[in-house]
Design a protein around this ligand. Structure first.
Ligand code: HEC
Length: 114
């Protein structure tokens, strides 16, 4: 019985630890996003620039691998960040972006008076 209890305590401790760590990963990823200059070109939640696409819902349309590719190598318009980001920072940044899953705003149907 004692063994079962300690096993249960262990499982509980372990699972809450893993939830906490991924939440802190995403929180750290948001800091990396702000501090790396991403917001200069990208908005998330209506805050940021518009040189690049709004990333509020990027987690819905891009895989982690595609984000990594874009961030590490950049594109014609977007600078490459592969040399600037520590591997841990890059991982957290992608975890944060993957959690940005806002649905695109639905446009209200417009009725045209005749
Ligand atoms: C100088 C402006 C600029 C900066 C700075 C910039 N980006 Fe971009 N980014 C763009 C543009 C423009 C695109 C559109 C696709 C393209 O042309 O490559 C893009 C595309 C993306 C995409 C793909 C979006 C999609 O919907 O397909 C992601 C993800 C992304 N950027 C993440 C980042 C991150 C993370 C940072 C910071 C480390 C960053 N960007 C910094 C300009 C920028």
């Amino acid at each position: 019985m004692k063994f079962l209890l300690s096993l249960a305590a262990f499982v509980l401790a372990f699972s809450s630890f893993s939830i906490a760590s991924s939440r802190s990963q995403r929180a750290h990823g948001a800091v990396v996003f702000n501090e790396s200059g991403c917001r200069h070109c990208h908005s998330i939640g209506n805050v940021g620039g518009h040189k690049g696409p709004d990333l509020s819902g990027v987690g819905r349309r891009k895989s982690k691998a595609a984000m990594r590719q874009q961030i590490v190598y950049g594109s014609k318009v977007m600078p490459a960040f592969g040399d600037d980001l520590e591997p841990g920072d890059l991982k957290d940044l992608i975890a944060y972006l993957k959690s940005c899953r806002q649905k695109p705003a639905k446009t209200q149907p417009v009725s045209i008076p005749n």
